[in-house]
Design a protein around this ligand. Structure first.
Ligand code: COA
Length: 382
């Protein structure tokens, strides 16, 4: 290797490995709709007089057919199924842990991180930094990333960042920039998502959307990377303010107790507006980056898109590739995992990347609340 090559490799970011933790409990659409409809019956019976008097609207049934057709979602993994499916509770039951115990968000993040480290043959001392990038953080501080860093025995630094569904790609660019600048040589980006705890399971419009999972990505300098790795060719981030996906949960809620438990303290969206506004924004961003990086549609072997809605992905992929994408070109995990916020595109990459050949290029892309979007173009090396 020439000196120039060695120097370049030292500051070239790559993805060395990924990890995935999947909860062992799963809820199918059929189970979910049965529980939701039982809640509807119960609610309407309890409020029969008000409904008959016209002072309250009756709730309407959810439907398996609607969910699958509108979103492509068939099931979701969750940390606690019983609490969600109990029509009197409709919320996962995750008991509070003493401070001396590992937090639940950290626990699932550690599981994914260990898998990524093992897969790359790395030990704690090889890692310089831990970024926890996800949509809902369990507490204000200390950072979950610092807790994970401690649990794994990593020397260095860690912090949390939240850009909702785009958190993973924002974490990836941050990690890549550390490698490019030389301020770190090996960075773990972890996406623990307990979406079931910020989803309103009583809201017919959105009760089917989310699931729980954790993913991890090990970003390293190319000169350290294992033989099989993915070179990061270019990254780009974008945000544009919108109220169409919003969660108003926060530390100020207790200062106005009269609205503390309102539905806007959980996930809430104008789904149709999101669909219409985000698709063109993301497609234009991807095409712009391809132009900048000199990558043509023909060269893009696979798209690992954010997993929110099958229809959104179909439209974005068609605009980027110039034709309707096959399942091989734009794989989905929505059918089994549902939307797992920041982790979705990383699950797709983790499960559908081993078959690519050296030299083939692909795109990890996320989008969501903010609005926010991130693109990470990669090329397989071996
Ligand atoms: N079961 C049966 N019918 C339902 C239903 C349910 N669970 N939820 C809504 N409907 C009905 C609505 O009442 C509406 O009926 P109407 O036409 O009589 O008024 C109809 O289905 C269409 O509802 P709408 O909300 O417009 O559905 P949609 O086609 O936009 O699909 C989403 C809803 C959420 C799947 C879709 O908008 C979406 O995925 N958007 C992308 C945004 C996203 O997923 N963001 C996540 C964060 S990134």
């Amino acid at each position: 290797m020439s000196d120039q090559h060695a120097a370049n490799a030292q500051f070239t970011p790559v993805i060395s490995a990924t990890g995935l933790f999947t909860p062992d409990q799963k809820i199918t659409n059929e189970e979910l709709v049965a529980s939701f409809n039982a809640y509807v019956d119960k609610h309407n019976a309890e409020h029969a007089d008000a409904i008959a008097a016209g002072s309250l609207d009756a709730l309407t049934y959810s439907s398996v057919e609607f969910i699958e057709k509108a979103s492509g979602i068939k099931a979701r993994y969750v940390l606690n199924k019983d609490g969600i499916l109990d029509p009197d509770t409709m919320c996962p039951q995750l008991p509070e842990r003493p401070n001396e115990e590992l937090s639940i968000l950290a626990e699932i993040g550690v599981k994914a991180a260990r898998q990524a480290l093992d897969s790359a043959g790395r030990k704690a001392e090889d890692v310089d930094a831990v970024l926890v990038a996800c949509s809902n953080l369990q507490r204000a501080y200390p950072a979950i990333a610092v807790e994970i860093q401690d649990e794994l025995g990593i020397d260095g630094f860690g912090f949390d960042l939240n850009v909702a569904c785009s958190s993973a790609t924002f974490g990836l660019q941050t990690a890549a920039d550390y490698i490019r600048s030389g301020s770190a040589r090996s960075v773990l980006v972890i996406n623990p998502e307990i979406c079931s705890a910020h989803l309103n399971w009583r809201d017919r419009d959105s009760h089917f959307i989310f699931g729980d999972v954790a993913t991890a990505i090990l970003v390293e300098a190319k000169d350290l990377a294992p033989a099989e790795h993915w070179e990061i060719l270019g990254t780009k981030l974008k945000t544009k303010f919108s109220n169409n996906i919003r969660n108003n949960f926060g530390f100020l809620n207790r200062t106005h107790p009269e609205t503390r438990d309102d539905p806007d303290k959980l996930f809430k969206q104008e789904g149709r507006k999101v669909f219409k506004e985000v698709v063109p924004m993301v497609a234009a961003m991807i095409l712009d980056q391809m132009d900048r990086l000199g990558i043509t549609s023909d060269e893009l072997r696979r798209l690992w898109l954010h997993q929110a809605n099958a229809g959104m992905n179909r439209l974005i992929a068609a605009k980027v590739l110039g034709h309707e994408a096959t399942a091989d070109e734009s794989p989905t995990v929505l059918d089994s995992y549902a939307n797992t916020s920041s982790a979705g595109s990383i699950i797709a990459f983790h499960q559908h990347s081993k078959d690519l050949q050296a030299g083939e290029k692909g795109l990890i892309c996320s989008f969501g609340a903010g609005y926010s979007a991130g693109t990470v173009f990669i090329q397989k090396a071996a």
